[in-house]
Ligand binder design. Structure first.
Ligand code: ATP
Ligand code: MG
Length: 583
């Protein structure tokens, strides 16, 4: 596919001078120790994410700066300054301390995106607990799996959500306390037997607290992966992850003091904590949190209403905006936006091309994983965007492309995407599964499980997950390339591509396609899309079969679950579907 690079003016001529104005220069001789100095640290060399994100600002010139602009799903609004967040998180830290929560205990959250989630989570970090936010759309089983696996001692939740998981709660021997936040309810907190009221506990708690002496190596957060390729794994991160979350907030999100930042991800997934909490607040930035779900008009309205300047979202959301059509954004003033980022899945070049006139700028793709804790490869404001490429490794990161023996391949070759271990936000284990953790490291590299290639100029191009790559007549085909070509067709909203076993070719490429509003499946359209794909792609790569589907199976974090498409196609067991989004 032939997409022209989107050229950037020189840094000096840009509206805002990018934080990372000279990528090459900063990358040369880079040392993480220099970033360490930009953090505040606790006396004695201790490090705590809550201090870096809240108290540090509250004790300085940002005390009265707005940290959080919250809009609830029914339109209620609340705001919190860094000073207020400090007091509230101190209160919650005292609540937990009073219950005997100590360093290393797991405190989990099953909540909507309400301010109390943010307050309780940072309060728990202050006592040195390991926090675990769970996505609020989960049913009882995925919640039970995660609470059981992590051995959570405290669960913070809300009345409706508590009701949904009532039957599993007695089956969790390590769960000692359930704290219920009465958000979004009229009347008093409808507590069940033995539950504690957040409001009552908070009103009795002091707003002074001495943050636990956590070292940079202490565990701070665990996140279960999205479950796209199999059963979700509990990746555990340390307080030192904030060093990289801070740095990438500056370099990749290009956060500046006066920005209004909106990350659309839920804290149940790693983007919603690393970039919906830690990166913006360690940089002292005001952020918007919207409790409501996706609706194109509501999202455009958020940007307009809050004058969002920097926006971090995901390909699935962008494809849904595309699906809603070009008319909708015309009704909103999106001119405040100065910088847009995307993560979670490959960003189809077509999405960037679509976004150019709508947002008046390129969407910047970046790559990372739950395990990596922060962005490792990204596009930067001062660097040309090559649509379809996830960009270049951040300063301090060495990324390699390896063959099946885990030896490095030259530029232009496809292989395993691997990273030299030792970056600050690297996961430290999979909870309770050190063996699996160890298996991810080979010959001095962390093996990401993704396939990619690097071009002559050092840009990385995502090919597909190792598990999803298709072997057809001796060619290795990445689903991304085929899906991206398909969605260039004006009728196609989304595409998911798999390899279907074939006696001659080993596998053939099969595409599942969902159509944009206003298009109906027909034999004629199928042939037309097939022809279209053949023009765009080499014959061996173009889909042999196309099946129309109303929607694609996705994880709740918005990723296409190709393994489910395949299992269903072949009539095989579906495996773990705990993260499957139900329509
Ligand atoms: P599981 O590990 O449970 O199968 P998952 O890998 O989807 O789930 P996450 O850690 O949330 O869980 O997602 C990381 C993965 O998402 C990456 O390994 C990659 O496959 C994909 N990904 C993220 N960002 C990008 C991107 N910019 N381009 C291409 N792929 C991306
Ligand atoms: Mg993964």
């Amino acid at each position: 596919m032939d997409y022209k690079a989107i050229r950037k003016p020189e840094a000096q001529k840009m509206k805002v001078m990018p934080n990372l104005a000279d990528y090459e220069q900063v990358s040369k001789n880079f040392r993480w120790e220099d970033i360490h100095k930009e953090l505040d640290w606790l006396p004695g060399g201790f490090l705590n994410k809550a201090h870096e994100c809240i108290d540090r600002h509250a004790k300085g010139s940002r005390r009265d700066k707005l940290a959080l602009l919250w809009e609830g799903k029914s339109g209620d609004r609340e705001t919190y300054t860094f000073g207020q967040l400090k007091d509230e998180t101190n209160r919650f830290a005292n609540v937990l301390k009073g219950m005997g929560v100590v360093k290393g205990d797991r405190v989990f959250f099953f909540m909507e995106r309400v301010p109390e989630l943010y307050i309780a989570l940072f309060g728990a970090l202050k006592v040195g607990a390991i926090v675990g936010p769970l996505f609020s759309a989960f049913g009882p089983d995925p919640v039970r799996d995660r609470l059981l696996d992590s051995g959570a001692k405290v669960l913070v939740t809300q009345p409706d959500l508590r009701r949904r998981i009532a039957q599993i709660l007695p089956t969790l021997p390590q769960l000692k306390h359930i704290i219920v936040v009465n958000k979004g309810q009229r009347g008093p907190n409808p507590l069940s037997n033995g539950d504690l009221s957040y409001e009552a506990l908070m009103s009795d708690a002091s707003s002074s607290f001495d943050i636990a002496k956590t070292s940079m190596y202490d565990y701070s957060i665990m996140h279960y992966t999205s479950g796209t390729t199999g059963k979700p794994k509990g990746a555990v991160h340390r307080h030192m992850a904030v060093i990289q979350q801070y740095a990438t907030g500056r370099w990749v999100l290009d956060l500046h003091e006066d920005d209004i930042y909106w990350c659309t991800a839920d804290p149940g997934w790693v983007t919603g904590t690393s970039y919906g909490m830690l990166a913006p607040w360690s940089n002292g930035i005001t952020q918007v949190i919207y409790e409501g779900g996706f609706r194109a008009s509501a999202w455009y309205e958020m940007i307009q209403k809050y004058k969002v300047t920097v926006w971090y979202t995901a390909p699935t959301a962008i494809r849904m905006l595309m699906k809603a059509g070009d008319e909708v954004p015309k009704h909103y003033d999106l001119s405040s936006l100065r910088y847009i980022n995307s993560v979670g899945e490959p960003l189809n070049p077509e999405a960037i091309v679509w976004g150019l006139p709508v947002f008046n700028q390129a969407i910047h793709d970046n790559w990372w994983q739950t395990e990596t804790g922060a962005i490792l490869i990204g596009n930067y404001p001062a660097m040309d965007v090559r649509p379809g490429s996830m960009g270049k490794p951040i300063p301090g990161i060495e990324a390699g492309i390896l063959d099946d023996n885990y030896d490095q391949l030259p530029h232009g070759k496809e292989g395993h995407l691997a990273i030299r271990p030792g970056w600050p936000s690297m996961f430290h284990t999979y909870w309770g599964n050190q063996e699996l953790y160890n298996s991810r490291f080979r010959k001095g590299w962390y093996i990401t499980g993704d396939r990619a290639r690097r071009d002559e100029s050092g840009y990385f191009w995502f090919v597909g997950r190792t598990d999803d790559v298709i072997n057809t007549a001796g060619h290795l085909v990445g689903p991304f390339e085929v899906e991206s070509a398909l969605i260039e067709h004006p009728a196609v909203a989304e595409a998911g591509v798999i390899g279907k076993p074939d006696p001659i070719a080993m596998e053939v490429v099969k595409a599942f396609v969902s159509l944009k509003d206003g298009h109906e499946p027909s034999e004629q359209l199928r042939n037309e899309i097939m022809r279209f794909a053949r023009q765009k792609l080499a014959a061996a790569v173009a889909p042999r079969e196309i099946e129309f589907v109303p929607s694609l199976p996705k994880t709740r974090s918005g990723k296409i679950m190709r393994r489910l498409l395949k299992a269903r196609e072949l009539g095989l067991p579906e495996g773990d579907t705990s993260t499957l989004e139900e329509d």
